[in-house]
Design a protein around this ligand. Sequence first.
Ligand SMILES: NC(=O)c1ccc[n+]([C@@H]2O[C@H](COP(=O)([O-])OP(=O)(O)OC[C@H]3O[C@@H](n4cnc5c(N)ncnc54)[C@H](O)[C@@H]3O)[C@@H](O)[C@H]2O)c1
Length: 480
Amino acid sequence: MDSKKNYGRREFLKHSGILSAGIAGAGMTGIGLTGCSSAEKSKSQPHVQTFNMSGYSAPKLDVVRVAVIGLGNRGSGTVRRLASIEGVEIKALCDLEADRVSKAIESIKHLGHNPDPYAGNEDEWKRICDRQDIDLIAIVTPWHLHTPICVYAMESGKHAYTELPAAVTIDECWQLVETSEKTRKFCVQMSSSCHGGIPAVILNMARKGYFGDIIHGEGAYIHDLLLRYNFDKEMYHNMWRLKENIGKSGNLYPQHGLVPIIQLMDINYGDKMDYLTSVSGNDFMMGKTAEKLAATDNFFKPYVGQKYRGNINITTIRTNNGRTIMVQHDVTSPRPNVRFDLLSGTEATYKAPDKIATSHDGWIPEEEFKALVEKYTPEINKRFAALTREAAQIDNRGHSYFRVSPTDWRLIDCLRNGLPMDMDVYESAVSSAIIPLSIESVANRSNSIDVPDFTCGAWKTNQRGMDINLERGGGTTKLL
Ligand SMILES: NC(=O)c1ccc[n+]([C@@H]2O[C@H](COP(=O)([O-])OP(=O)(O)OC[C@H]3O[C@@H](n4cnc5c(N)ncnc54)[C@H](O)[C@@H]3O)[C@@H](O)[C@H]2O)c1
């Protein structure tokens, strides 16, 4: 094992300052991160993999007994999505606010679910994890709770299905890896993957050689959350998401743009991230918005004069096989959404939403693009579309089965068929690690920083995840 690249988490944290600064849920507090030289890293104890979760299949579950923790904007929909998949039994629902729990219970009664309510204090979720009759904990809370709940859930014998990001510090990334390996429980991130849609088609094309050798990928979380979300008093629990933008500058939400590229480049399965460098500009919008709102509403006074994240962050990553990735983060500018955006290969280039080029002469005509999509649509898209149509034909009860994501469906399908997960804890860890590493690079004039190898060298031999053609089986779970 290359100890320079696989430096231990405690040692990394000691040198980087992350352990003492504690950026998880940092809210309004600032952080001071310092660099960690290669020489220091090489002296440290490397992390040792105790069990390889890549390719691991857990004992099959006919019925997947689920609890959902956090029932706000996103979690209320997560409950309905999971309740609409065959073989799922929603056993418990939890939020700080009791009325959110009762509304969520009401929303799935017509599907035959009658979960137990948990509400009222910060630690109610522990009582759920302590139960013996639950298999999977879905976590849809503010970010700082994701790792604590995932770790407690896995330690209590449950699989964890967490909203993005799974972790916010390097220490948390290692906690997830160590706990998943020790307990042999899955820790999978929700959404943002090459399951379904055009990303699955592009992944299929890439695997069949259409793009030649993959050279470069670009993705982003460009989504204007300024006024309608982060500065909206009613939107997030205790303004948690606005507070996350204070005191640290970097890419705070990389997964939407990055995870499809991780899967397209087989990161952790033949390649790995080597190092990154990250740059953020100034805040041009959040501070001014706080001042403007505070002029007529005292509620916003504490948000004036804060050190807001630079509005645009650009992080570039080099992989061990010499490929490059660019991920951007911008949740304030008035511009349309961007997620997985570009894939460049030696033979062809894809640009979202629907462009392909095979030379510098321009993009291929729309009809040719459509023909390629038809030719390369993978089995997972076909099966999911058929199941969705089938559900639509037999069900007129008005719930949102169309919004069950292919990732939700595939997770339950793999658990019910005893198949390896398409997405594993190493992907959760490495995609989350971009948050603290980009913050550290930005704080150090964009100095490059090594990305920890959460697989401890197993990336060299790991077999590919993401079974988009259902070659290992499955695809049998219906939508209700
Ligand atoms: N994948 C996506 O496309 C997507 C979209 C939206 C949100 N998200 C993610 O979903 C998560 C939740 O976001 P949101 O918009 O629903 O936020 P929210 O503030 O609307 O909801 C969070 C909920 O968690 C509850 N909560 C807080 N502390 C708790 C505790 N100790 N125990 C139980 N419940 C607790 C709050 O009461 C609230 O109802 C975030 O991680 C966010 O990044 C993902």
